[in-house]
Design a protein around this ligand. Structure first.
Ligand SMILES: Nc1ncnc2c1ncn2[C@@H]1O[C@H](COP(=O)(O)OP(=O)(O)OP(=O)(O)O)[C@@H](O)[C@H]1O
Length: 264
């Protein structure tokens, strides 16, 4: 089951030695159940802060974050997360790494069922035959595939991806994007992806939120009307080129490099 995510007038500042650092400013967003939202914006504007609030790792100063209509009051086991650095445990093999959340979250599954579930996901992302390998024996792209499996193995309602493809080379990254589409077809979750790559947001998301400079507001929400079964070739189609131009212009506005009236 996946859950809708909503942020209602969320404002947050970090307390620093130099005084409060405002990072989110009256942010209101709705992410429907099962949707895929990409968040882009200038460096340091508050994107990761949004993920921490959704994951319940922090509470906002003002406003409410809700999952499935209920306020988030703390960390939840039904949230999956993956980051730029996969952080797999070297003393466990790949299968054991993927199974880790199933040992922490109570799912009612026995050991065989947990193994079957992890094997099923590893096969889905093309890692069949690598179950017994140690993380250091895999390439960066393969480690990130394993990390994605680990983030969804416990069937989270919400999946948070904070630049998981950012450190990969361009070809590996595109392979992983396709894997992400396959995972989305096979599993149900509401996904929030933080990225600096506008092509990634156009290939993967249903809508892309452009954050303003810090403190971040939702400067614009762009619907990515490219259909569900998009291919990498579609990124060169006129609609994708148009969407990329809109997003690029919005980022330039957010960075203060273009006047706001320049928006398409
Ligand atoms: N725990 C913290 N305490 C104080 N300041 C913080 C803390 N975490 C983040 N910040 C600051 O808050 C701002 C927003 O951080 P955040 O990580 O949310 O931005 P971001 O948009 O994800 O950045 P990037 O694009 O560089 O990954 C940054 O200026 C950062 O230095």
């Amino acid at each position: 089951m996946s859950l809708p995510i909503s942020l209602d007038h969320v404002t947050h500042a970090y307390r620093t030695q130099a005084g409060p650092l405002p990072v989110l400013d009256d942010l209101t967003l709705d992410m429907p159940e099962g949707s895929f939202t990409a968040v882009v914006g200038p460096s340091g504007c508050g994107k990761s802060t949004l993920t921490r609030l959704v994951a319940g790792l922090m509470k906002p100063d003002q406003g409410v974050v809700k999952l499935g209509g209920k306020p988030v009051t703390g960390p939840r086991s039904t949230v999956g997360m993956a980051f730029q650095n996969p952080v797999l445990l070297e003393w466990r093999n790949i299968l054991q790494n993927v199974m880790l959340p199933l040992e922490i979250v109570s799912t009612g599954m026995n050991k065989t069922q947990r193994e079957d579930r992890a094997r099923e996901l590893l096969a889905l992302v093309g890692l069949e035959g690598f179950e017994d390998k140690r993380p250091s024996e895999l390439s960066g792209g393969m480690r990130q595939r394993a990390s994605l499996c680990r983030s969804i193995v416990h069937r989270p309602e919400v999946l948070i991806l904070d630049e998981p493809f950012g450190a990969l080379d361009a070809f590996t990254r595109e392979d992983l994007w396709q894997t992400m589409h396959e995972l989305r077809r096979a599993e149900r979750f509401t996904c929030v992806l933080i990225t600096h790559d506008l092509r990634e947001s156009v290939f993967l998301s249903d809508h892309t939120v452009v954050f303003s400079a810090r403190p971040a507001r939702a400067q614009r929400v762009v619907e990515i009307d490219m259909g569900e079964n998009r291919t990498l070739d579609d990124l060169y189609a006129p609609r994708a080129v148009e969407l990329l131009a809109i997003l690029r212009k919005e980022i330039q506005i957010a960075q203060g490099r273009e006047p706001a009236e320049a928006a398409l």
